[in-house]
Design a protein around this ligand. Structure first.
Ligand code: PMP
Length: 305
């Protein structure tokens, strides 16, 4: 599978890559109005099967994002699910894949609130998993503040929210870090530009609450479940102070694309021994085996294509 695929799904139909176009003047209004999802498909080479992880939860969140930006929903989750299956089969996906449903509204200008029905495009991209790569990341606390619920709600997976993410991510890279962590307007820790954060303190897993200027992450919920009911660890969802980042025994990011990304340091405070921590390592193994269906538990999390 090349970086582009043979087909995209556009408004109910499979359309050849080169034919899936919108007019150039629509780029701005279409992107500003848009909400989207990112779904991972994991290829199990032994079983020769592709499993989509938490497909239903992602389609529910897409519907929720569309509702919050008051988009008219033309396509039901069932139609989108079938569209994703059709697209993956047409694109002959036999490797790890990222699937992006993207909903937008046609509008002539930025300022026009169009009440036309949402259009949806779904595309697939090759996306090899980085689980067990041994890679650790160095994080910094961003000088940018995370957007908040009454400004540009992080709960909505809106493309426009990623401008706040971009400021932080770009600043981090420019200053020699791999990733940024953003604080809320009240100074408490929120999340990374494209992932949520978990810390380990005194053997407990600590993560900012879903009311703390974060996306209601599906991976975060998954890891909370695994920590509590498989690893039997205590998980606390609470406000996190900046200085707690520096004294945590481990910290890691979690997200559909980020999977589990261990942080070796935050603002150059080295966490633990600067390698992947014990909890992150256990979660990584569990997550790796669950997403590919190697571990048969939680079958409701996987959809076989
Ligand atoms: N926060 C942000 C800002 C994100 O973009 C993502 C990635 N979707 C996450 C958190 C993680 O969410 P999820 O686990 O649902 O992918």
């Amino acid at each position: 599978m090349a970086n582009f695929s043979r087909y995209v799904w556009l408004d109910g139909q499979l359309v050849a890559w080169n034919d899936a176009t919108i007019h150039i003047t629509q780029i701005g209004p279409a992107s500003v109005s848009s909400v989207f999802e990112g779904i991972c498909g994991y290829w199990n080479a032994d079983a020769r099967k592709l499993y989509l992880f938490h497909l239903a939860a992602h389609l529910d969140r897409l519907a929720q994002s569309m509702r919050l930006v008051r988009m008219k929903q033309t396509w039901s989750s069932d139609v989108l699910k079938q569209g994703i299956f059709d697209l993956l089969r047409a694109n002959e996906c036999t490797q790890d894949v990222y699937i992006r449903p993207f909903a937008f509204v046609d509008a002539p200008a930025f300022s026009v609130v169009s009440d036309s029905a949402a259009r949806i495009i779904i595309n697939t991209l090759p996306n090899p998993s980085r689980l067990h790569s041994g890679k650790v990341s160095h994080a910094c606390v961003s000088s940018w503040t995370r957007i908040s619920d009454n400004v540009s709600p992080p709960r909505v997976k809106a493309s426009s929210n990623y401008l706040n993410s971009r400021y932080a991510a770009e600043e981090a890279k420019r200053n020699g870090y791999d990733v940024a962590l953003l604080l809320q307007a009240n100074g408490k820790v929120a999340e990374a530009p494209g992932a949520c954060l978990m810390l380990v303190r005194d053997g407990k897993v600590v993560t900012p609450p879903t009311t703390g200027s974060i996306l209601e992450s599906i991976t975060r919920a998954t890891l909370i479940e695994l920590c509590r009911n498989v690893l039997h660890l205590e998980v606390v969802e609470r406000e996190v102070d900046r200085t707690e980042l520096y004294i945590a025994s481990e910290a890691f990011l979690c997200g559909t694309g980020s999977e589990i990304t261990p942080l070796a340091s935050i603002d150059r405070f080295v966490l633990g021994d600067g390698t992947i921590g014990r909890v992150a390592r256990q979660l990584e193994t569990l997550y790796h085996d669950l997403v590919r269906g190697i571990d048969p538990r939680y079958p409701e999390w996987r959809t076989e294509v």
